[in-house]
Design a binder for this molecule. Sequence first.
Ligand SMILES: Cc1cc2nc3c(=O)[nH]c(=O)nc-3n(C[C@H](O)[C@H](O)[C@H](O)COP(=O)(O)OP(=O)(O)OC[C@H]3O[C@@H](n4cnc5c(N)ncnc54)[C@H](O)[C@@H]3O)c2cc1C
Length: 585
Amino acid sequence: MNATSADDARCSDEAPNLEQLLGDPWDAGNPFGYARGIAADERGESDECAESMLDQWQLNAEFVPLRLGGRWSCTEDMIHRLRPLFRRDAALGLGYGVTSLMAAVNVWAAGTPMQQQELSRLLLSGKKVSIAYHELDHGNDFLRNECVSYPSDTGSFFIHGSKHVINNVHRAAAWIIFARTASTPGARSHSLFLLKPDQAMPGSWHVLPRFHTSGVRACHLSGLQFNRLEAPPASLLGEQGNGAEIALRSFQVTRIVLPGMAIGMLDTGLRLAADFAMKRRLYGDTIVSLPRVRRFLSASLLDLLSMDCLVTAAARALHLAPQHASVYAAAVKYLVPSVLKESLGDLSIVLGARAYLRDGKYAMFGKLLRDIPVVGLGHAGGTVCLLTIMAQLPTLARHATNHAPLATALFEARSPMPPFDFSALSIAARGADTLLGTLASGLDVLEAAGEGGTSLARLVRELSAAFDALCSTSRRLSPAQIGPAAPAASFELAQRYALLAMAAACLGVWLIQRRDSRHPFLQNPEWVTAALARIRWRLAHGKPLTSESLDEPLALEVLRRVDDNLSFCLSSTPLHGSSHVCHQH
Ligand SMILES: Cc1cc2nc3c(=O)[nH]c(=O)nc-3n(C[C@H](O)[C@H](O)[C@H](O)COP(=O)(O)OP(=O)(O)OC[C@H]3O[C@@H](n4cnc5c(N)ncnc54)[C@H](O)[C@@H]3O)c2cc1C
């Protein structure tokens, strides 16, 4: 997606609001309501009516760059516009939606103008596109993939082999296939192809049996078997041998976008848990008055806000600091799924046995518990993302700078940015680390404002020292310590980097928000102090957490947002329908 005009990436509110289309979640007849979502999950098939309403909303247009007739201009905006779908049903978000984006980004990154036009035409007419990287025998070790594509005398290629656990292949109008084009091992051994099943010779391919999953059961995963499928020269994406490089650039977008949208799942989990806690009476009072329950609710709000800060900074970095996006995207794709899982697990303690029932008022919570692991499993597991960070730690450490000016644009949610340019993305990070540099530059800001003695400044000083320590260890890492056979200690360094990136993002966002009186909750330092304390707790492997006095304002904020029917993310947006759970059940 190359630049067309200076305001290509202007974040806009002009696109239709998906939350309005999704209607009241507690309306049993609503195709996007919880009851219909759970029924679709039980059947293992999407709700047809919901899909056709998303067709009418032209959801695919979100994935098509503005210059090709779509609505993708500002990546942060795309995440915000589609998050409501994940608040309702991740199976629709992923199965109906985002896997088409995972496929399309490869074409926007490397396709010819004709390939890009062809794909945008398909997407804008509501068609699905599948991305076929994965082979069961090789998992994330995708440079060993065996599905082969060999040249013929006529200049075409023949694709032979199979792909597994691929979304939507049975109904896709196009496939992006990752296939081996050189027998020698190495980074230039594979290429990508854009093919349309309706142009393929019958008998040269068939769809393999469906895979069934524990969560997102309405997603249709199967595989493809190719038997000398002819791929004309014009189907090659980019140059022969560039498949891995194109994929690694494309992942930088999707590894931020998918977790960024999936944060919506925790929003719904927190709403259900808070509602339950406000209604469930034990020991003569509602359980929301119990300190431990308040701790779980407030911690979950903190997690949600912290993840939103990280996603905001990473999505903006795609436009503003693309030379670092590979490492920020890996931090998001490792950390967000694991925090989502942990936080939802804690909320399940609030719901107790209700979290385990597949029917009744809180059945949606059980579906969330089943669905949420997929955020971490699909499209690169956490381990691979830690490997991406780890491999870059020595370089990042060498370029770590203190006392650079605060990179305010990275944190100023929804403010205009330069257009996103795929060609500016880099496989390996270069230059000063703008996001992590915020720990030092943010501390400078606090000290200059005479706030160097606050609890917040003390935490920032501690986290900044943790980053310095990480850098000095990282500078000494040998190549063997940062490759696939790295020791567990190297993985821990990469985990610490991701947590510190989240801390830096929280601080950066707050330093912007403190000037904005429209959001008193975000303006106040209480939430960011508690968020950094929680990150420090994660870094210290569970040493004592914050004092309970920090829980209270957060627990109150959870209850206020439940009552006012507002989302729990940074933007605190109004939600559709009734504020409390299911009067009709
Ligand atoms: C719902 C869903 C939808 C999907 N849709 C698609 C799709 O549309 N297209 C597509 O191509 N694929 C798709 N996939 C496949 C998915 O991308 C792969 O399954 C996944 O990326 C590979 O995961 P794996 O656990 O099989 O990885 P593996 O590589 O087999 O890894 C297994 C585990 O080994 C350990 N491990 C691996 N490497 C190391 C190391 N160096 N050091 C230490 N431990 C290590 C880790 O714990 C890792 O999780 C989908 C999967 C799911 C679940």
